[in-house]
Every structure is written in structure tokens, then in C-alpha cells.
Design a protein around this ligand. Structure first.
Ligand code: NAI
Length: 317
């Protein structure tokens, strides 16, 4: 059984839905858990309440687990991390989960709708992760989860603000995975789907049964366990199904010819190759994509003697 004894975990937005399930899961396996939740509405409007965090803490304690409530907004990330340090003396795992929705068609989206969603999902994740980072670096150990969304990965009508923030988290996770590697800090992004107060009106009738937050929790716990040393991945997870997601690039076309101006027509004439995924490429590092680009440029330059009347179409597989 994978245990988290002696590990200290912060789960943001742990008063409901997915976060609550993570907090219960970590506590059941021996972790000390900071149950952060400001007890707000799904849209981030209105009053706050200590009740959701308190109830989760009570539940954990009634099962013999260790937990403390924290009612700060994730925007006060530093204070949440301090709650972990003050109560448990360390911090090992951070699950960035708190979130709100302010769905509107782009035409009707206000600056407030845009800003609040960016602040709670992206900026706050930066703030709290930054506060956690120095502790994790110092102890040379850390596990971090960012919660993205299929709305960011594939787009979703009425969620321009949310999609943008959620894709921002994928970029943040990718870069922190690199920066954290030598300190044994791993980072992953997950795109879950689960029945919760955020999604109950959007999902089909059998979702409550089939898309329980409990079917997302085991992946998050596994990624946060010390035995899992993978980093920098993106997962889709829902209903018990888990899969890894990566970027795919077409092998493309070099549409520029040596010593010739590059034209719009060169793009048009090579369009089929530019967008063809017949022989796709998967780069897992920045270095791989840079090498691929320079190989293509050098190949083109070395083809100086080719027939000038023909656009040089070159696929790089
Ligand atoms: P939920 O509404 O059930 O739980 C979110 C919790 O975050 C709430 O308890 C809320 O009080 C708390 N929260 C909101 N703003 C906060 C703030 N500023 N500071 C501290 N706590 C705050 O939502 P759910 O569905 O569990 O969502 C959790 C995360 O998963 C969110 O980031 C959401 O965007 C993401 N997600 C959920 C999906 C789903 O299908 N449920 C799909 C894709 C992503």
C-alpha cells in the first residue's frame, strides 16, 4: 500500500469536489493535510465561509487522520504554505486545485470575468507554488500538481477566460518540471472530469455515478508519491480512465528556397504538407525541437543547386 506517513500536503480548494477527495485520500494514507478552502461560491462572488474546510477536517479527524483547516484565498498563497509549516513543520506536496467558473460567450465577457478567473487559477497557482518552492528546493523534495482542463486543451464555448488560464498552467507545469528536476521536485498537470458543483449542470444524468471525484483521486496520489519520479506530464483523467496527453507536430514543409524571397504563395502551395499528420513528430524537450528546426534550415541551405523554378518541399521525418 502506498503510504504518505510523515508527508505534509497542501490541497487548495479542498472543501468540496475533487479537492475534498484528495484531502481524504492523502489523510487516509497517513499524510498530514492542510485543507485550504475559502468557502466561496462557484463563481467566486459573495460571502466566504469556514464551513467547507472545517467539515473536511472534522471528517478526516473522525477517521483518525491529521488535518488542519486554512481559510485563505489561494491568492494568499504564502499564508497557506505558512499554515503547513506552522502546524506540521514542513511541506512535501502541493495540489493546486481551487477554482471558479465565470462562463460567458466571449462577446459578453467582462474584464472582471477575465481577470478573476486568471487570478484564481493562474496567478494564485504561481503565488502559492512560488511560496512552496523554496521549502521544496531546500529539502530537495517536492511533488506538485496543477489542475488544467479539457476546456483549455480542446477549447470550450463560453470559457475563453478559463481555457486561457488553464493552458497557462500547463506551461507553468512544463517549465517547473525542468527547473525542479535537480531538486527532486516533480510537477504534473491533470485535466480531470468529475461531477461536482462546478459541473453538475453541464454533465449528463449518469455522471454522478460514473464521474465521481474518487475516480480522479488515485492518479493524483500516485503522482505525488515518492516512488513516482516521472515529471512534466499531462494527464486526462475521468471515470476511472487515465491517459497521458502530449503535443503532436506535423512533419511540416520547408517552403523557403535558398536565396529566394519567401512568399505567401509558397505557404499556399505547401499547405497540404504543412498540415499533414501522416508522419507526426513528438518532441519531449526544447532541445529536440530546436535541433529539428536547424536540421530543416541546413538541409534547405545545402540544397542550393536545386531547380529554382520548383519550390523545395522538404519533409523532415
Ligand atoms: P468545486 O467547486 O467542487 O470545488 C472547488 C473548491 O475551490 C470550492 O470548495 C471553492 O470554495 C474553492 N475555492 C474557490 N476559489 C477559491 C479561492 N480563491 N481560494 C481557496 N479556495 C477556493 O470544483 P471542482 O469541480 O472540484 O474543481 C476543482 C478543480 O478542478 C478546479 O480547478 C476546476 O477548474 C478543475 N476542473 C474540474 C473539472 C470537473 O469536471 N469538475 C473539469 C476540469 C477542471
Amino acid at each position: 500500500m502506498l503510504r504518505f506517513s510523515a508527508r505534509v500536503v497542501v490541497v487548495t480548494g479542498a472543501g468540496n469536489g475533487l479537492g475534498k477527495e484528495y484531502a481524504l485520500g492523502f489523510a487516509e494514507r497517513g499524510a498530514s493535510v492542510v485543507v485550504n478552502d475559502l468557502g466561496g461560491s462557484a463563481s467566486g462572488d459573495g460571502n466566504h465561509s469556514s464551513r467547507p474546510a472545517d467539515e473536511v477536517v472534522k471528517l478526516i479527524q473522525s477517521r483518525g487522520g491529521k488535518a488542519v483547516a486554512d481559510y485563505h484565498s489561494v491568492e494568499d498563497g504564502k499564508a497557506i504554505i505558512e499554515t503547513a509549516i506552522k502546524n506540521f513543520g514542513r511541506l512535501d506536496i502541493l495540489v493546486n486545485n481551487a477554482g471558479i467558473l465565470r462562463d460567458k460567450s466571449f462577446m459578453n465577457m467582462t474584464e472582471q470575468d477575465w481577470d478573476l478567473v486568471q487570478r484564481i487559477h493562474l496567478r494564485a497557482a504561481y503565488l502559492i507554488t512560488h511560496a512552496a518552492w523554496s521549502y521544496m528546493r531546500q529539502q530537495k523534495y517536492g511533488r506538485i500538481i496543477f489542475t488544467t482542463s479539457t476546456s483549455g486543451l480542446y477549447g470550450n464555448f463560453g470559457q475563453a477566460n478559463y481555457s486561457a488560464a488553464k493552458m497557462g498552467l500547463v506551461g507553468l507545469s512544463n517549465t517547473l518540471a525542468l527547473e525542479g528536476a535537480k531538486y527532486n521536485i516533480t510537477c504534473h498537470a491533470i485535466a480531470p472530469t468529475a461531477y461536482s458543483r462546478l459541473t453538475q449542470d453541464l454533465l449528463p444524468p449518469d455522471a454522478e455515478e460514473n464521474l465521481k471525484p474518487a475516480f480522479v483521486m488515485p492518479l493524483v496520489l500516485y503522482l505525488c508519491h515518492e516512488s513516482c519520479t516521472d515529471t512534466g506530464s499531462l494527464f486526462q483523467v475521468a471515470g476511472g480512465w487515465i491517459g497521458k496527453v502530449r503535443l503532436e507536430k506535423s512533419s511540416g514543409a520547408m517552403v523557403r528556397r535558398p536565396n529566394k524571397p519567401m512568399t505567401v504563395e509558397d505557404v499556399r502551395d505547401n499547405w497540404k504538407d504543412i498540415i499533414s499528420f501522416a508522419t507526426p513528430l513528438h518532441h519531449s524537450t526544447q532541445a529536440e525541437q530546436v535541433t529539428h528546426l536547424w536540421d530543416a534550415i541546413r538541409k534547405m541551405n545545402n540544397n542550393n543547386n536545386d531547380d529554382d523554378d520548383k519550390v523545395l518541399t522538404q519533409t523532415f521525418s
